[in-house]
Design a protein around this ligand. Structure first.
Ligand code: ZN
Length: 314
């Protein structure tokens, strides 16, 4: 099927959001607290509409249900991935996600969440929260009950281009001044562990201490990222992660690259620059899917893209 499925993104106002999705990605949005752009999503809380072509006006969830061949007749009940851009003007709460088994017992039919972050940009001296310092569940419980957050929470400095894999059970948070592209399992189950004792409309936001302690991995283990890099004169492909939930690549192009879409489907987000895919113009902020059996395609221009797909061989 030689049809490119261009997505109409969905924007979410958040108390911690900012305006960089307008000022840096040129989206036509007026709200100054936009925290998230759901760029490729069929989730019930934000279902993208196809912008052009044969399926114009249809939602991604509609296509998943009614035209399964576009996605290689995969067996999941819903489109399994969710691609977001996030603009954190303020710190996000410190949180953790369950795995598939815990998620299904907590909210039957739900998936857990494995997610990964590509840092699109950040202010100077920005950090993220990833991991914790408790050696076992008992110490974790004590540190939480005694409010020893500084001691418990691990922070690390970040810079543009860094990449992090957040497996279920990993304590994590994005801090103020960060923009990321997130590739994740299509799930919305988050357990909030700590919200910096902030108030939202005079009240603290709900925490999920019991569930957090249930699912947090002890001790924490970082996932080591060692990108596999393929270079040619026209650009670079860096495979950032290859996991059973998704494979994520960053493609940098200056010239023309001819590649093969031989997966069930492939997600693309242009994060920098402009160019063409098979003679169709694309630029920063565009998101699209190449469906099953699309075959060979060429990317031309000076641009960077984040690509994701599900590898059957894992
Ligand atoms: Zn998360």
């Amino acid at each position: 099927m030689r049809e490119i499925l261009f997505m109409k993104p969905i924007f979410k106002s958040m108390i911690w959001g900012g305006n960089r999705l307008r000022t840096e990605f040129n989206y036509k949005i007026t709200d100054d607290n936009i925290g998230e752009c759901w760029a490729i999503s069929a989730h019930q809380n934000g279902d993208c509409i196809i912008k052009t072509g044969a399926y114009k006006g249809k939602t991604l969830s509609y296509l998943w249900k009614n035209h399964p061949r576009l996605f290689g007749n995969r067996t999941e009940k819903a489109f399994p991935l969710l691609i977001k851009l996030i603009d954190a003007k303020k710190d996000l709460s410190i949180q953790v996600h369950p795995d598939d088994t815990y998620a299904d017992s907590y909210q039957p039919g739900s998936y857990g969440k494995t997610e990964c972050w590509y840092i699109l940009g950040c202010d100077e001296n920005t950090e993220i929260v990833i991991g914790h310092n408790a050696k076992d569940k008992n110490e974790l419980r004590d540190m939480i009950n005694e409010g020893r957050w500084k001691e418990l929470i691990r922070r690390r400095p970040i810079k543009k281009g860094d990449f992090f894999q957040i497996t279920p059970g990993t304590v994590h948070a994005i801090k103020a001044g960060t923009m990321i592209l997130e590739t994740q399992q299509s799930s919305d189950i988050t357990f909030r562990l700590y919200d910096y004792d902030r108030l939202d409309n005079g009240k603290p936001r709900q925490l999920h201490i019991k569930e957090s302690i249930d699912v947090i991995n002890c001790p924490h283990r970082d996932v080591l990222i060692e990108p596999r890099i393929i270079k040619s004169s026209e650009g670079t492909i860096a495979e950032l992660i290859r996991d059973k939930h998704y494979t994520v690549q960053k493609i940098d192009i200056s010239g023309t690259m001819t590649l093969e879409q031989d997966k069930d489907f492939m997600n693309f987000s242009v994060i920098e620059g402009e160019g063409e895919i098979d003679k169709t113009k694309i630029s920063k902020g565009d998101h699209f899917i190449l469906p099953y059996k699309y075959g060979q395609f060429s990317l031309t221009g000076r641009m960077s893209l984040i690509v994701s797909y599900i590898d059957k061989d894992i």
